[in-house]
Write a protein of this length. Structure first.
Length: 147
């Protein structure tokens, strides 16, 4: 028995006004589907571009912070060695540099609420803001005249 492909009898497209209307509706649905697909693809590309930009900024920022921290560590080590050689006691040089870093950290912790809003659970002062004026009601023009 020979294999016959599954073929379904196709109906002839309707003719006349209904046929044209049906054809136009199918075309409109296809065009709408293509438009929605294009908009979704554009949204995906825009989102991908924004995420790539953010990722690049984060990576560049992390590299700058890492290199600055590394430079600071080397500078503090060199300062500690210099002070140690001046005082002929390297341990004393490292202790002075560590104490200086500790004092700076305490100052930053103490001053932080003043220069960073809302940090460390400090509530913002609402009494420092001026009272808002109540909204004014505008008057309708009288006899076609404006104020």
């Amino acid at each position: 028995m020979p294999d016959t492909p599954d073929t379904k009898p196709t109906q002839a497209p309707p003719t006349g006004k209904i046929g044209r209307l049906s054809s136009e509706a199918r075309g409109l649905v296809d065009d709408t589907r293509q438009w929605v697909d294009a908009k979704l693809r554009l949204f995906e590309l825009d989102l991908e571009e924004k995420l790539d930009g953010i990722a690049n900024k984060v990576i560049a920022g992390a590299a700058v912070v890492f290199l600055a921290a590394l430079a600071l560590i080397f500078a503090l080590t060199a300062l500690a060695l210099l002070l140690g050689s001046i005082w002929e006691n390297e341990a004393l040089g490292f202790m002075v540099v560590a104490l200086g870093a500790f004092v700076i950290a305490l100052l930053i912790q103490w001053l932080r609420p003043r220069f960073v809003k809302g940090s460390m659970g400090v509530a913002e002062k609402t009494d420092a803001l001026p009272e808002a004026e109540p909204p004014r009601q505008l008057e309708a023009p009288k006899n076609g005249q404006t104020k």
